[in-house]
Design a protein around this ligand. Structure first.
Ligand code: DOR
Length: 441
């Protein structure tokens, strides 16, 4: 099956060009303004932007075990709508993904359920070093150096030293210092206002744990990625540490701060917590300056009933995978950033850091994972129009400018929006297991 996308503004690795892209089967066969080949499907994309599909390297899709919150069917539709063609999913499911058996079961379960491509991290525990050393079908190792949703926590220095010393896969971590968080929780134990979440999981907690992890990574010369950076101070630590260390920011840490608790309450209760307006500004600047490399969501849904529980019982996490690209496109329209930067942070860098094979760029021979964008199309966000199973969004009521109008995964169309009408493929076999090139020269 061949699809020809004509005359889009195509974001190529080194330039942006008005050209045509031919998809043949699962791959990008040709990029040429004068393609003459006859295709089964041809579309005129004049005025639209064609980008590589987004690679979201931090999502919690809750399957198996927590499917009342989210599942692969709903989440992968949300991805397709958001232009996310590959996701890397976290291990705090039930059971936790902490050994080869659980990892392979998750991979087997995902087959036939996902509209988009999938990969799953292996989680570190106090005693699974041999598993961390032997698995290969994974982007890497996730360590909860501070605890969050679920029971994964590795705070023991000796165990951490061994993980960084003896494993070969890239490592990422949730960095909030457990001792600091516990002491703060004790101090504010009488408080019932959700805004105290940012005092319990404070700036210091994030900085201590990020410093500690970077120290481990540098001493053991181990590639390390700091997930969901939330403070200006962490940015400087990451930057000073050099190229071995990369960092990522999530939309909620760019767009929300402590002033938003009054309006949004527990809907913006996240770990790490949202911080101050100055942190928002510093995180944007860090992206622009190349001090942080990745934008990913930490899509972490809970039901509205769960979120309605009083603080501190209400769980931490919010869904974002179907809106993250549109949030960034809206900023492009506002003139803060440009579309090449968006592609760099959301496609190129996560592909490089986690060694995804043949993804993250529009290049001949690469996988045909693509998103077509109308920069003028409205992207309305409301609790009612979300694909995520939890059925709510902290951006409810906002209409963003710039939206995905078509998404292809491995050459197959999985999503289309025409005159506001959304159509999804019903073939949940279009998503493939992502291949990782760890260890290739
Ligand atoms: O707020 C969060 N929720 N942060 C995390 O790191 C985990 C996530 C979840 O799984 O709910």
């Amino acid at each position: 099956m061949k699809t020809l996308i004509r005359n889009a503004h195509v974001v190529l690795p080194d330039e942006t060009a008005v050209t045509s892209v031919l998809i043949d089967g699962t791959t990008i066969a040709s990029i040429d303004p004068a393609i003459q080949t006859r295709a089964d499907i041809e579309l005129d994309a004049t005025g639209r932007w064609l980008i590589p599909g987004v690679v979201d390297d931090q999502v919690h899709f809750r399957e198996p075990g927590l499917t009342h919150k989210e599942d692969l069917h709903h989440a992968s539709r949300a991805c397709a709508k958001g232009g996310v063609t590959s996701f890397l999913e976290m291990p705090n499911t039930v059971p936790n993904t902490v050994d080869r058996k659980a990892l392979e079961e998750k991979l087997a379960m995902a087959r036939g359920k996902c509209l988009v491509n999938y990969g799953f991290y292996i989680g570190a525990t106090l005693d699974n070093l041999s598993e961390l050393k032997s698995v290969t079908r994974t982007p890497g190792i996730k360590i909860f150096i501070g605890s969050s949703t679920g029971n994964l926590l590795v705070d023991d220095q000796e165990v951490l030293e061994a993980i960084f010393a003896e494993t070969r896969l890239p490592i990422c971590a949730h960095c909030e210092d457990e001792a600091t968080v516990r002491a703060n929780a004790e101090k504010y134990s009488a408080e019932t206002d959700v805004a105290f979440h940012s005092r319990v999981r404070d700036h210091e907690a994030a900085l201590i744990a990020t410093r500690r992890s970077i120290d481990l990574a540098l001493r053991h010369q181990h590639p390390f990625h700091v997930l969901h950076v939330s403070t200006a101070a962490e940015v400087e630590e990451i930057h000073q540490a050099g190229d071995l260390i990369t960092g990522e920011v999530c939309p909620h840490h760019l767009f929300f701060n402590v002033d938003d608790y009054e309006r949004l309450g527990s809907l913006v209760k996240m770990n790490p917590s949202i911080k101050n307006r100055e942190d928002n500004e510093a995180l944007w600047q860090a992206l622009i300056d190349g001090k942080l490399q990745v934008v990913a969501t930490d899509h972490a849904p809970h039901t509205r009933e769960e979120k309605r529980q009083p603080y501190p019982a209400c769980p931490s996490g919010l869904p974002a995978v179907e809106n993250s690209l549109a949030l960034m496109l809206n900023e492009v329209n506002q003139g803060r950033i440009d579309i090449r930067q968006v592609v760099h942070w959301m496609c190129v860098e996560p592909t490089r850091i986690w060694h995804l094979r043949n993804k993250g760029a529009i290049r001949e021979g690469f996988d045909a994972d693509l998103a077509l964008i109308d920069m003028d199309a409205p992207h309305p966000v409301s609790h009612d129009n979300q694909q995520a199973k939890c059925g709510w969004s902290p951006w409810d009521g906002v209409t963003l400018k710039g939206s995905v109008v078509q998404t292809w995964v491995m050459g197959r169309e999985v999503f289309r929006k025409e005159q506001g009408q959304e159509t999804f493929s019903t073939d949940h076999h279009s998503g493939h297991e992502i291949e990782f090139s760890h260890g290739d020269a």
